[in-house]
Design a protein around this ligand. Structure first.
Ligand code: SF4
Length: 78
């Protein structure tokens, strides 16, 4: 099997609940983002989540709301 960015994910083995905080729970989201901040594949992870329109959870250091904002910004500057 070929190696992918997921193999290097810093969140491997971490309780998935940590990455799926309630939408308005900024404290819980910050916990997940702290792990993303030191993850070597943060960019690949974020692009994956954006390209697959992942609706929930923290991916690539961003909450779903932040990713929606990013997509809107990209559309405006495209
Ligand atoms: S950026 Fe965050 S959610 Fe994505 S693989 Fe790394 S630790 Fe996991």
């Amino acid at each position: 099997m070929s190696s992918t960015w997921r193999d290097q994910a810093r969140c491997r083995g971490v309780d998935p609940q940590v990455f799926h905080p309630a939408e308005e729970d900024d404290v819980a989201a910050a916990q997940a983002k702290a792990i993303c901040d030191v993850c070597p594949v943060i960019e690949s992870c974020l692009e994956y989540a954006v390209s697959t329109r992942e609706k929930d959870g923290v991916w690539g250091g961003m909450t779903a709301r932040e990713r929606r904002r990013l997509v809107r910004q990209r559309r405006r500057t495209a």
